[in-house]
Design a protein around this ligand. Structure first.
Ligand SMILES: Cc1cc2nc3c(=O)[nH]c(=O)nc-3n(C[C@H](O)[C@H](O)[C@H](O)COP(=O)(O)OP(=O)(O)OC[C@H]3O[C@@H](n4cnc5c(N)ncnc54)[C@H](O)[C@@H]3O)c2cc1C
Length: 412
């Protein structure tokens, strides 16, 4: 697809300066738009959680086409393994995949935007539309006019909240404990049998997994990397609410900031892990100083366009993490938006075209991610769900379906 540039400069305001915001900034810049990116955080965004991504072809295409490039993007994993409770490998599958980190991806994308037009410390408040453009207001009193507003402000998007308040994230019924121990701290057995691989352990209403990622400062050298460790557990909404309270009694709606996760919860989790997880996962856990948990939500907005405002990334739809497709989706959506704006002179027609292509795809992506979550035994409503849940209880099923490339073209 070729991008064509328009004769006069058009202007976009992007809200959110994470992965989706940077993709949109890079793609629109490439088609000759003037782009200003406004990020709520007042400081540089570094190492948010462990923020790790198994990569898909869609991501490589987007990185390539937006001008960021794909050189040294991450760690190569060439095999998947499943352990039993004693730590013995009970199944394996050759599967080449490149795994990268949030920091690495952000660094690569930053090179493709105009840093002079990236503003920290700007919280989106509201937008007025008059048919020919948008007037955006920020909490610090600043207001700006543009031809287009793009909401890239994550799954709790205030842009979406302002334009479509009824669209809300839905809690899945489970959450994931997370952490990333250093390769060098792990036992020789863990380094040999688990570290190089995308690994799984399956139990009754639980799933543990992990894969190698770059170390601090994007280190890719052997011995300097980390292992992305995760353990899915089931919790109903009242239990989650009780977990989302910190030691001071403060309540959080969508998950506790990692440093504030209560120590009693971590202690109980460590205790339970000793009786439930294989030795390799326990070794990882013992070397994670501050484990934290992320509740799993999903949703898909029925429209990605509201007048002259478009949604991209998690703001538009948030799939569950089992497909590891969030950043690939953000890149593909940013690319589709730029292609539409380049193909049509009329911005409204372009936005209609963007919505027509990407909204149904978002529904399919989120739907597929929900089916992959059935392994945890919650939210099973249909025969298809039951079939998928049974399939995912087997090592072959889990290794064939979790985080697989090209999943949109295949069905179990
Ligand atoms: C456990 C887990 C594992 C995952 N693993 C993978 C994986 O392996 N692969 C993968 O591709 N994806 C994965 N994801 C999904 C991935 O993290 C997201 O899809 C991706 O980060 C979305 O990026 P985004 O830019 O849309 O949103 P975000 O990264 O949430 O960024 C939103 C930005 O908007 C800013 N913002 C918010 N409100 C405002 C406001 N009012 N004004 C201005 N700025 C604002 C925020 O500060 C933030 O910087 C995983 C998610 C989870 C929970």
């Amino acid at each position: 697809m070729q991008f064509s540039q328009k004769s006069h400069t058009r202007r976009a305001i992007v809200i959110g300066g994470s992965i989706a915001g940077l993709f949109v900034g890079a793609f629109l810049r490439r088609i000759g738009w003037h782009v200003d990116i406004y990020e709520r955080s007042s400081i540089e965004l570094i190492g948010r959680g462990v923020g790790i991504f198994a990569t898909h072809l869609e991501l490589f295409e987007a990185l390539d086409k937006c001008g960021a490039g794909t050189v040294d993007i991450g760690v190569i994993v060439y095999k998947r393994v499943t352990f039993d409770r004693t730590g013995k490998v009970i199944a394996e599958k050759p599967q080449l995949q490149i795994v990268t980190s949030w920091d690495r991806l952000r660094q690569v994308l930053l090179k493709a935007i105009d840093r002079q037009h990236y503003y920290f410390g700007h919280v989106f408040e509201r937008v007025e539309q008059d048919g020919s453009g948008v007037h955006v207001h920020f909490a610090n009193g600043r207001s700006e006019r543009a031809d287009l507003l793009v909401g890239c402000d994550g799954f709790r998007s205030s842009v979406r909240g302002y334009l479509a308040h009824q669209v809300q994230p839905i809690y899945s019924g489970y959450f994931i404990w997370r952490g990333a121990p250093n390769e060098a701290d792990l036992s020789p057995q863990t380094r040999e049998t688990m570290f190089p691989y995308y690994s799984f352990f399956l139990g009754d209403q639980l799933q543990a997994l992990g894969y190698p990622i770059s170390g601090a400062d994007d280190e890719l050298r052997m011995g300097h990397r980390r292992y992305n460790w995760g353990w899915y557990r089931v919790a109903d909404a009242p239990k989650l609410k009780q977990m989302c309270t910190d030691d001071e009694g403060r309540e959080y709606e969508f998950g506790v900031p990692p440093p504030l996760v209560r120590k009693d919860l971590i202690a109980r989790m460590r205790e339970e892990a000793e009786t439930l997880l294989p030795p390799q996962y326990l070794d990882c856990l013992r070397h994670i100083d501050q484990p934290f948990f992320t509740p799993v939500y999903d949703f898909c907005s029925p429209s990605l366009v509201f007048g002259r405002a478009a949604l991209v990334g998690d703001a538009a739809s948030t799939p569950r993490p089992h497909i590891r497709f969030g950043v690939s989706k953000a890149g593909a959506e940013a690319q589709a938006l730029a292609e539409a704006l380049s193909n049509y002179d009329d911005i409204d027609q372009a936005l209609t075209a963007y919505n027509a292509v990407r909204q149904p795809l978002s529904e399919r992506i989120v739907g597929h991610s929900r089916r992959l979550g059935t392994q945890l035994g919650v939210g099973i409503g249909t025969d298809e769900d039951r079939r998928m849940a049974n399939l995912l209880q087997t090592p072959k099923g889990i290794m064939d379906w979790i985080a697989m490339p090209n999943f949109l073209e295949t069905r179990p």
